[in-house]
Write a protein that binds this ligand. Structure first.
Ligand code: NAP
Length: 254
């Protein structure tokens, strides 16, 4: 674990939302391998992630919270800061998707997605910034965006709105906080194997069309996102602010 230089996270407390599965689990494992202490935040049992990290000798603690409620999300940050100590990094990974034609899209599917993917992300980041500024510290925020931060997509109106909004909020927060010690950046994963993409992968026609368009010729794995997240959490990226970086097997280059 030593010898990572400015890419290491030794002694850093990193909060990862949605760390029980998928991309969040991949990020939690990478952060731990880079020496960071991971605090997983989510609504489900995180013992699988805890087990993976324990096997490699890392440190993982979990805090249960429903991030559909922004007030809860803010309180989570306060609680961790109070009980675990200063937070050095926050990965806003938790997210949901709902699929329906735009013409049929419901208010509920709009609000539920916007609440988790954008509203709670903003207010959780705000809660963290308040602590960091109050104590004159520094920190790193990494938002998990999407190809739909750049593209329109189909049948995912609220998801596209939330992820496009997330890229905008990443830029806004970077503009306000870059000179105050907080780096805010985002990763836009391409098509990654997780619960989120199960519907796409089990639709044979969509699956083939997606694979044919990915220059790397394969779906991404959660671990493909983990190490780029470590980079954005580490001091190696100290001069990066407001970027949304595609990690997509070349999808956007096509
Ligand atoms: P996933 O396996 O469905 O994971 C989503 C995570 O968010 C889970 O841990 C989930 O917890 C958590 N979550 C959802 N609603 C929550 C809530 N109200 N409170 C607390 N936690 C909540 O999907 P994933 O692909 O790993 O997604 C992770 C992030 O990557 C999301 O922001 C997603 O939009 C983004 N992304 C994914 C892809 C992809 O191809 N997979 C591409 C681009 C971006 P539960 O397990 O309890 O539901």
């Amino acid at each position: 674990m030593n010898g990572l230089g400015s890419f290491g996270l030794h002694g850093k407390n990193v909060v990862v939302t949605g760390a029980n599965t998928g991309i969040g689990q991949g990020i939690a494992c990478s952060v731990s391998r880079a020496g960071g202490n991971v605090i997983g935040v989510g609504r489900s049992d995180m013992s699988e992630t805890a087990g993976l990290i324990a096997t490699e000798g890392g440190r993982f603690t979990e805090l249960r919270a429903d991030l559909g409620d922004a007030k809860t999300a803010m309180e989570v940050i306060d609680k961790i800061w109070r009980e675990t100590g200063p937070i050095n990094g926050l990965v806003n990974n938790a997210g949901i998707i709902r699929r329906a034609d735009a013409v049929d899209f419901t208010l509920e599917d709009w609000d539920d997605v916007m609440d988790v993917n954008l509203r709670s992300v903003f207010f959780m980041s705000q809660a963290l910034a308040k602590h960091i500024f109050a104590e004159g510290r520094s920190g790193k925020i990494v938002n998990i965006a999407s190809m739909l931060s750049f593209q329109g997509g189909i049948r995912v109106a609220s998801y596209t709105a939330s992820k496009s909004g997330l890229a905008g909020i990443t830029r806004l927060l970077a503009c306000e906080w870059a000179a105050r010690g907080i780096n805010v950046n985002a990763i836009a994963p391409g098509y990654i194997v997780s619960n989120n993409t199960e519907a796409l992968r089990s639709d044979q026609a969509r699956n083939e069309a997606i694979l044919a368009r990915i220059p790397a010729g394969r779906w991404g794995e959660p671990r493909d996102i983990g190490d780029p997240a470590v980079f954005l959490l580490s001091s190696a990226s100290d001069y990066m602010h407001g970027a949304t970086i595609p990690v997509d097997g070349g999808w956007l280059a096509r």
